[in-house]
Design a protein around this ligand. Structure first.
Ligand code: DAH
Length: 340
């Protein structure tokens, strides 16, 4: 016959939740000892039944109470262990090891601020694109020699038409998509990494930070372009820098031009950044070609646009007088810290 004292003693010995569960099954569970005893009571004489019933009920109540207290203790202990584990040691001094934005990220964000202040939407686009997006959508037929200006990196995966996907060589790859996605009139700034199979030197890298803007509206002219360009250059290059504008060819603009900044390092004598030319190409730009406008299902007689790109690393190099863009990404902490 079950004895309360013994059961409580057994409970006292329990040291973890597994043992506690076993205890419950043995004493209080459906098939446990208490229920067994209630069952055998059926055969007792009425008087005895009453007495035994009262006894068993009392044992059940006391045992359940004791069990619940023990269960609660384990729960609390478990919570405490968890809290100990999750504890963050706030006494550690991390101030000297705090990270900061890299110089490139800083300049990219500064450029974004200038464009945001002029009401541009910022969209980073995607780095893996189709050949159609990268070339044909912006008026570069695949057979056109201009594709050779972009030493493309191909992926093994293919697009639905069976052509290999590529890493975008410029953010112009989503100009048309963006015009359709956001609708017109549109002012959009698209920064991000682009990739070219290029040999690395002081002003070239296989991956470089590119940023491109496009404006589509009615009656746009080169005057609008010049105004936003001046805002960009005066917002970013707080020092006075000489620039020059040259006519240039890009298949997606007509007319097209390039803007060079005078080399802040050697001023034209010779340095690795400008290679003795005295000028560094900073921006490419032009009025959006009517074929690109048409590719976005707009009427080029009604809608016009201008686009521009800027090499973020080059702009940062010109701004801070850095003679080799490889410093930006080579992980040299002395360089990173000097601009932190
Ligand atoms: N997509 C060109 C390149 O990667 C750069 C460029 C030039 C972009 C002129 C433009 C532009 O939007 O108007 O070389």
């Amino acid at each position: 016959m079950i004895e309360l004292k013994h059961a409580l003693w057994e409970l006292d010995k329990v040291v973890d939740v597994v043992q506690l569960e076993n205890f419950f099954q043995i004493y209080l569970g459906k098939k446990g000892l208490l229920n067994e005893e209630f069952k055998v009571m059926v055969d007792l004489a009425p008087e005895e039944k009453k007495q035994r019933g009262a006894q068993l009920s009392e044992i059940k109540t006391k045992l359940t109470e004791a069990y619940e207290i023990k269960e609660q203790t384990f729960k609390l202990a478990q919570i405490n262990v968890q809290l100990e584990k999750d504890l963050i040691d706030i006494s550690l001094d991390v101030s000297s090891d705090q990270g900061s934005y890299s110089l490139l990220a800083k300049v990219r964000r500064e450029i974004e601020e200038v464009y945001k202040s002029m009401g541009f939407i910022i969209d980073y686009g995607h780095e893996i694109v189709t050949k159609f997006e990268n070339f044909e959508s912006v008026n570069i037929p695949l057979s056109h020699p201009a594709t050779e200006m972009h030493d493309t990196i191909y992926l093994e995966d293919k697009d639905p038409s069976g052509q290999n996907l590529i890493l975008r060589t410029h953010n112009s790859a989503h100009q048309v998509q963006d015009i359709m996605k956001y609708g017109v009139p549109l002012k959009l700034w698209s920064p991000g990494r682009v990739y070219r199979f290029d040999s690395m030197d002081a002003s070239h890298d296989v991956m470089f930070r590119y940023a491109e803007g496009i404006v589509v509206d009615k009656n746009l002219s080169i005057a609008h372009f010049k105004d936003t360009m001046q805002k960009l250059l005066s917002g970013i290059l707080w020092k006075n820098i000489n620039i020059r504008l040259r006519p240039s060819y890009f298949p997606f603009v007509e007319p097209g031009f390039e803007i060079d900044a005078q080399c802040p390092i050697c001023g034209g004598k010779w340095c690795s950044l400008c290679k003795g030319s005295g000028w560094i190409e900073l921006l490419g730009a032009g009025m959006v070609h009517p074929n690109v406008i048409k590719n976005a299902w707009l009427d080029p007689k009604e809608w016009s646009g201008f686009a521009r790109w800027v090499g973020v690393s080059r702009l940062a190099a010109v701004k801070y007088g850095i003679k080799d863009i490889r410093y930006f990404t080579n992980g040299d902490l002395r360089f990173a810290k000097s601009f932190a």
